[in-house]
Design a protein around this ligand. Structure first.
Ligand SMILES: Nc1ncnc2c1ncn2[C@@H]1O[C@H](COP(=O)(O)OP(=O)(O)OP(=O)(O)O)[C@@H](O)[C@H]1O
Ligand SMILES: [Mg+2]
Length: 246
């Protein structure tokens, strides 16, 4: 992703005219994305939603700069803008402790190394710094991944279905945690989910993708105040408004 010094820090301009996975072996070339144009304001929480296989992770990898094989451009606003990526699987290194895994997100000598215990406390993992990831449940590993994503205070945070395959209360707890962390320090977030309730609860803006060769078919601002986001009825009403015709 190309940085642009005169665009506001934390803003994102995403243009994907075309993304095609090339043919390989017996598999034909597969067009996945077309004509995507998204401008993201700094400190907005953008949720991208759409059916399985429509190209959400492909788009996030392009935004992250992990996939450069596409037609278009991604421009990141501001000099020295830091980007964090929280993957669908927690991706903790099994041979490092939880604390060491989180430390990996920081450069050597960074004063924020002193904040690891405090960050673990914020995600409900107080006292787990010296444990190895295999001793943690999936939900706890997800929380550790959140701590790792947040400790380096990225200006742009990309999250790919970070709460799937958790039971409802655990996922809900992590969503409320994320809302709390984001309210305390709003950063630009691009969050992928196919869960519509989650989309409405978290997002300030929802983009819906659809189609075999997918593009953005809906772009909505979420009309919920921070306190309404944990109110189940308000969230459901807003979900019905946004997704009524689908
Ligand atoms: N490396 C790859 N090579 C070829 N095709 C791929 C590759 N990665 C993904 N695809 C194909 O591109 C399409 C979009 O995949 P992608 O993983 O982006 O979907 P998704 O919306 O994230 O799905 P899910 O909700 O299941 O995670 C799928 O049809 C998939 O088979
Ligand atoms: Mg995906």
């Amino acid at each position: 992703m190309a940085p642009l010094d005169d665009a506001p820090s934390g803003s994102l301009k995403v243009r994907v005219k075309r993304k095609i996975y090339p043919a390989s072996g017996v598999r034909e070339a597969q067009p996945v994305l077309k004509d995507i144009a998204i401008d993201i304001e700094p400190r907005s929480f953008v949720v991208i939603t759409g059916p399985s296989g429509c190209g959400k992770s492909t788009l996030l990898n392009i935004i992250a700069g992990l996939d450069k094989d596409y037609e278009g451009e991604v421009v990141l606003g501001g000099a020295d803008t830091k980007v964090g990526y929280i993957f669908q699987s927690p991706r903790l290194l099994p041979w490092r402790t939880v604390g060491q895994n989180i430390a990996l997100a920081l450069p050597d000598g960074d004063p924020r190394h002193g904040r690891i215990d405090e960050t673990l406390r914020q995600v409900g993992l107080e006292g787990f710094a010296s444990q190895y990831p295999e001793r943690l449940s999936l939900g706890m590993q997800r929380r550790a991944a959140l701590a790792r994503g947040f400790i380096s205070e990225p200006d742009v945070l990309l999250m790919d279905e970070p709460f799937v395959s958790l039971d409802d209360p655990t996922a809900q707890g992590l969503r409320e945690l994320l809302i709390g962390l984001w309210n305390r320090r709003p950063t630009t977030v691009v969050f992928i989910t196919h869960d519509r309730t989650e989309a409405v609860m978290l997002g300030t803006r929802i983009l819906r993708m659809s189609g075999a060769n997918a593009t953005i078919v809906q772009d909505e601002t979420v009309r919920l105040s921070p306190s309404e986001r944990t109110d189940r009825d308000k969230v459901l009403a807003e979900q019905q408004r946004i997704f009524r015709e689908t």
